[in-house]
Design a protein around this ligand. Structure first.
Ligand SMILES: [Zn+2]
Length: 60
């Protein structure tokens, strides 16, 4: 099982992709007021979620 993962480049890319996704997750948190996921690297998103009683940001 481990050998198959190590020597199959497709599975290796999937593992790297999953690891990259886990690293991305540390930048997100759930807003306690509107329950929307907020990317803490996005200053506009952070500022939007500061006021009490705000609405969730529109999603494209
Ligand atoms: Zn919010």
């Amino acid at each position: 099982m481990i050998e198959a993962i190590l020597f199959d480049p497709t599975k290796l890319n999937q593992r790297r992709s999953a690891a990259a996704s886990r690293k991305e997750l540390v930048h997100f948190e759930t807003c306690p007021m509107c329950s929307q996921a907020v990317d803490r690297r996005d200053i506009y998103a952070v500022m939007h979620h500061l006021p009490v009683g705000h609405e969730p940001m529109p999603v494209n």
